[in-house]
Design a protein around this ligand. Structure first.
Ligand code: SF4
Length: 383
């Protein structure tokens, strides 16, 4: 920033109140860096039949537009494996192939140019000990592997030892899986230890973070429908990211994957771990409200949907906290007596009748957005 320019309302990155990122090994998942030297990535998983290349690419395009950085596709059949080269080549974001038991699909995914493969070597070892060959092929192609331990599919040996999927059991399983690759000198690994209970999941990741320097992929598995899954994931990721733990995240929802991406991106934005885009600061309303705050906030949000600059818009229901909040935002309204005082960068620029509040806010938002640069950096010249 040069002298003569001011920052408006945006905290600088990284925020001073979160712990430093846990130091990890660095990986490249296609063009996306994963590890402590890189921004935290948002991931999701397609729900299409992978063999349906067009449908899968269409969904990947939607996920990309919503802010997804890396996408995973399931590969349970030969038809799916055969679709991987086209998907890996045409996807705008790196594609991870998700494979459970069949080594031949792991080799197919690596050959297909997938950016990474999710496979647990313990599963492979049980049926057909190809772990050494997989490690060699992955190393040759520069393909990282994600090891994903899930409470629901924990090794029976560890279930017997711990009685259930405790944090310690999940971590022991993950470290054992990683050791199966490490013994073949393969270390391009990231790990997840997912559980549906955020409390268990948080502890598992804390223990894992202390026990290795692999990048970690955060997830609350089977988190539930959108509302419950959003809350569980936000709570769990927040607790871990606050400590600097977590390099990629996936919000698992029983909802379309675009919703997962929106929630994941919003979690990172809320923690200032990803630059904020549009942010509506709206009050919850109360007995003092002199306007329908819910309706106003919904209409302003809808009118500004898709805005790509980090604009903070305050929508306040009365003149008690309204002017204060509206002044802190780039743009705001404090409503009262059938009118709205419109603030821009802390100054009242006009007062409009209630029925013109939404259109005025949208007009002013568009005007301010034009003064922000292409990256959305909230910098304006005051010369
Ligand atoms: S801004 Fe006014 S209406 Fe909104 S919650 Fe605060 S006091 Fe109530």
């Amino acid at each position: 920033m040069t002298s003569g320019e001011v920052l408006l309302g945006m905290p600088s990155l990284p925020p001073p109140t979160l712990s430093e990122r846990r130091k990890t090994r660095q990986l490249m998942v296609g063009a996306v860096g994963v590890g402590s030297e890189f921004p935290i990535s948002v991931q999701s998983m397609t729900t299409t039949v992978t063999a349906d290349v067009n449908a899968t690419l269409q969904q990947i395009a939607e996920l990309t537009a919503a802010g997804c950085d890396i996408v995973r596709v399931a590969c349970p059949s030969q038809d799916d494996a055969e679709a991987l080269p086209a998907i890996a080549r045409k996807s705008q974001i790196p594609v991870i192939a998700d494979i459970h038991f069949q080594p031949k699909y792991v080799f197919a995914a690596i050959e297909a140019g997938c950016a990474a493969v999710r496979v647990n070597p313990g599963n492979i070892k049980k049926f057909d000990d190809k772990v050494r060959e997989i490690a060699a092929a992955a190393k040759d192609h520069g393909t990282p592997i994600r090891i994903g331990v899930n409470a629901g599919s924990l090794d029976p040996r560890l279930l017997a030892k711990y009685g259930k999927a405790t944090p310690e059991a999940l971590v022991e399983s993950a470290l054992w899986e990683a050791s199966l690759f490490a013994e073949h000198d393969f270390h391009d690994i990231k790990i997840s230890v997912k559980h549906n209970d955020p409390v268990v999941m948080i502890r598992a990741y804390e223990l894992l973070a202390e026990s290795c320097d692999y990048p970690l992929h955060l997830g609350v598995t089977e988190a539930g429908p959108a509302f419950q899954g959003t809350v569980k994931s936000a709570v769990a990721f927040g607790a871990l990211l606050r400590q600097g733990i977590g390099d990629t995240i996936r919000v698992s929802l029983s909802a379309p994957p675009v919703e997962e991406v929106k929630v994941g991106a919003q979690i990172l934005q809320s923690l200032n771990l990803r630059p904020r885009k549009l942010e509506i600061v709206s009050c919850p309303s109360c007995g003092r409200a002199q306007v329908d705050v819910y309706k106003l906030a919904d209409e302003v949000t809808a009118g500004l949907e898709g805005m790509e600059v980090p604009l903070r818009v305050a929508v306040m229901g009365c003149v008690v906290n309204g002017p204060g909040e509206a002044r802190e935002a780039d743009l705001g309204v404090a409503s009262g007596n059938g009118k709205g005082q419109i603030f821009v960068h802390g100054k009242v620029i006009k007062t409009v009748p209630e029925h013109q509040i939404v259109e005025t806010l949208i007009e002013e938002a568009m005007r301010i957005a034009e003064t922000m640069d292409g990256d959305g950096a909230p910098v304006v010249s005051v010369s």
